[in-house]
Design a protein around this ligand. Sequence first.
Ligand code: ADP
Ligand code: MG
Length: 454
Amino acid sequence: MKLNHTEAWSECLTIIRNEINDKSFSTWFSPIKAVKLENNVLTIQVPTKMSYEWLEDKYIIQLKKAILAVLGSKGRLEYILPIETPYAKSKKLNKNINPFAIPGIKKVKIDSNLNVNYKFENYIQGDCNKMARSAGVAISKKPGRTPFNPMIIYGGVGLGKTHLAHAIGNEIKRMHPNHNILYTTPEEFTNQIVNSIRNDTMNDLVKSYRNIDTLILDDIQFLGGRSKSLEMLFNIFNEFHQNGKQLIITSDRQPKDLEGMEDRLISRFKWGLVADLQTPEFETRMAIIEDKLKEEDIEFPSAVKEYICYNIKNNIRELEGVCTSIIARATLSDREVNIELAKETIQKFVTFSDKKISIENIKHVVANHFHLDINLLDSKSRKRDIVNARQVSMYLARNFTKQSYGSIGAYFGGKDHSTVMYSIRQVKNQLDVDEIFREKINTLEKEVQFTLEN
Ligand code: ADP
Ligand code: MG
């Protein structure tokens, strides 16, 4: 029996639906209309040119598979775009195109997304952050008009990157009330771009960035490998630089160590200031604790404060977490704040962060999770579920251990560096578009950490 175009496409959709998550499916595939089927060529109409590029970029494998299954080996797919009617055009012009605009305000005023609790006043200065902090203060006085543009703040987890970035933003706002500031994360940044591709409003998005005077992008390392986002960032960079606008970027590693980042972008980061945050010295840790306790209107005995500072050295978030936890335990179980209580509390924290996570351990967790024999991860098998588990293991190994691609490959039956790199890229691509997959990875990350505790 011969299928008509609608039936053929609907069979393709059934196959594709099984391969990708619901959200991606409804975003990218639901708007497509089948137009005709002639000589094994199925023509579909996609809403925009960008959505066509996105489909080709992200879903080519699924599309090929479906066409092959439904139309046979001679099957082909062709795309067409809708003809733009005058009506469609005028409708588009009327859309509220600036995603940051607060409705009802005449001058484009954007919602800056800043956390007002992160200020310079509660950002304790120490040798560990002196340069970054004073550069931040200088930028707040003259955003875009200091040599510190872009400003790249880098430092390990919990060392105060996000706090400092917000503090600069809040201070700019205080000193320059008409200045438009936007704080954003890779997640939001990418989402906006995906949406603008879907709605064919890329130009509008680019334009809305022109209304911003200072852009803060937190945790740029997560943009690695997201080519469209990086391209956009590159354009923003150039535009900002030419127009004396301020760009502030944070990163958990030095620019040269950022993966999946374009060289042209990295080289531009050097045009400004790269400032690092070191682990805080004893005195700074002490000052941070004291400030924190003052805010909570609570006092700890000096010996307890010192005990905490001696034991928590590498992460200010943890330092704060321990204090909060001690306060909670003392209040809830009506206990005295003493070294004993501090010791118990810290033990809980430290087991978690100081133990080393090994690649073998990661392989165990992943194999278990996918109900696979662990040896299959080292094999050359191309079976889908094995490939998937292997790629996920490599991804986790890279994130948790920061080992080189080559040495990770050695743990998987001697795979080479490019295989590992490719695998990790695959996982990242899927993370970009697949919410369910993101949750799965999230769970695995927790499992990897929890298996440490015994
Ligand atoms: P990162 O973004 O580098 O992971 P955060 O900026 O989120 O770290 O900082 C972690 C926690 O430590 C936050 O609660 C922040 O307020 C606090 N913190 C970091 N640096 C300082 C500092 N110099 N003074 C006071 N608190 C700090
Ligand atoms: Mg942060």
